[in-house]
Design a protein around this ligand. Sequence first.
Ligand SMILES: Nc1ncnc2c1ncn2[C@@H]1O[C@H](COP(=O)(O)OP(=O)(O)OP(=O)(O)O)[C@@H](O)[C@H]1O
Ligand SMILES: [Mg+2]
Length: 102
Amino acid sequence: MIRRAAIASYEAEMNVVLYASKGTMELRVTPKHIRVTVEDEGPGIPDVELAMQEGYSTASDEIREMGFGAGMGLSNIKKNADAFTIRSLVGKGTTLEIAFRL
Ligand SMILES: Nc1ncnc2c1ncn2[C@@H]1O[C@H](COP(=O)(O)OP(=O)(O)OP(=O)(O)O)[C@@H](O)[C@H]1O
Ligand SMILES: [Mg+2]
C-alpha cells in the first residue's frame, strides 16, 4: 500500500513539475486511508479521457530526453489507487484526488 501510494504520488508530482506552473500536494493520513490531493495551476488537460490512455503524451523532446513522456503516468496512478478522480480546466489547472485503503 505504501508502495502504491508512493508510485502514484510520484507520477502526480512529476506531471506538475513537467506540465504545470505551480502546484500543491496534500497528504491526509488516517488509520484507514491515505488521501493525496494534487492541485496545480497550469494549462490544464483539454481531453482527460485521451490523456488517461496508456502511451498518450504531449511531452516535448526535452522532457523525453530526461526519461519522461512514456504516457504511462496517469494510467499508473489509476492502476495503483483504490479511488482516483481527475478534474481539469483548460487555462486554469488540474486537480487529482487519489485514495488508498490501509
Ligand atoms: N498536471 C498536468 N497539467 C497539464 N497536463 C497534464 C498534467 N498531467 C498530465 N498532463 C497531460 O497528460 C498527458 C499524459 O500524462 P501521463 O502522466 O499519463 O504521461 P506523460 O507524463 O506524458 O509520460 P510519463 O508519465 O509516462 O512520463 C501528458 O503528456 C500531458 O499532456
Ligand atoms: Mg506523467
